[in-house]
Design a protein around this ligand. Structure first.
Ligand code: HEC
Ligand code: HEC
Length: 231
């Protein structure tokens, strides 16, 4: 009897740990900024003037220049990408013309203080600013159903069923990204233009996932579905 009770307590305890682990991984889904980049947003705003030409004054991004939205993206993810550009883990492939444009820009905020400051400013920009064309509205119900099925089977474990990413898995928020940018990045991973460096642990992981998307139609369906997720 006592043994049964104590094993019940033990089980309950495990369930409690699991529940709280899940709660902490997902409850903060809307604000997963770690503040690890605790910089000075006022100085960051000055530094950000270098970024405005391509990423926009509200961090909304610009498809014509292939520059993604930054508003609403997490500080730890942006920090990692700036480091990736600065250490040759992203943007160095000869075929990566968009990445090549970002390389000299990342150098401008390579200093740890400058990086922290510019990211602290970007953290003040609202995800709702992100410019995403509403391709979901033009997509057929079948496209969105196929996209949803694939997204939930292949992507949601890391990026969340809401697309907001997961700090514990270092997976970014996808909801603020335009269909052009999402498409190009998924193609880049597949082509080995991104996630190519042996020390780029997370890029390599994502490259493996992109390779599971078997054809262009499936890729477009997934991208269309992501556009239906709330920012
Ligand atoms: C000349 C245009 C241009 C300027 C100026 C510029 N960027 Fe970029 N940025 C880009 C492009 C294009 C990409 C996408 C590159 C790719 O496909 O890898 C990008 C990508 C990024 C990414 C990766 C985002 C992601 O979702 O992975 C970050 C972070 C970033 N830029 C930050 C900055 C910051 C901070 C500044 C200012 C210091 C800046 N950029 C200035 C063009 C620019
Ligand atoms: C095992 C976890 C995992 C799975 C599953 C996964 N991703 Fe990712 N994803 C990541 C990580 C980690 C990154 C950051 C990679 C990097 O630094 O290059 C990422 C990055 C991305 C990016 C780049 C975003 C940007 O701002 O540049 C896109 C797009 C993306 N994932 C889409 C998807 C899609 C679509 C699927 C399903 C087909 C998927 N991911 C499945 C972990 C995952």
């Amino acid at each position: 009897m006592i043994k049964m009770i104590s094993s019940k307590i033990a089980l309950g305890f495990v369930a409690l740990i699991l529940t709280s682990a899940f709660a902490s991984a997902f409850a903060r889904a809307d604000s997963q900024n770690t503040g690890a980049q605790s910089g000075d947003p006022e100085n960051g705003q000055k530094l950000y003037q270098t970024c405005v030409a391509c990423h926009g004054d509200n961090g909304q991004g610009n498809d014509a220049l292939q520059a993604p939205a930054l508003a609403g993206q997490y500080d730890w993810y942006l920090a990692q990408q700036l480091d990736n550009y600065n250490t040759g883990k992203r943007g160095t492939d000869a075929a990566d013309t968009a990445g090549a444009q970002m390389l000299p820009m990342a150098k401008q905020v390579a200093d740890e203080h400058a990086k922290a400051d510019v990211l602290a400013f970007i953290a003040t920009l609202d995800a709702k600013n992100a410019a995403t064309a509403d391709i979901a509205a033009e997509s057929s119900a079948e496209t969105l159903r196929d996209g949803s099925r694939q997204y939930n089977a292949q992507c949601s474990a890391c990026h969340g069923s809401n697309g907001k990413g997961n700090v514990a898995l270092k997976s970014p928020n996808l909801t603020l990204l335009s269909s052009d940018y999402l498409t190009r990045q998924l193609q880049n991973y597949k082509a080995g233009i991104r996630g190519y460096h042996q020390d780029d642990k997370y890029g390599k992981q994502m490259r493996m996932m992109a390779n599971m998307i078997s054809n262009d139609k499936n890729l477009q369906d997934i991208v269309a579905f992501i556009q239906t997720l709330d920012k």
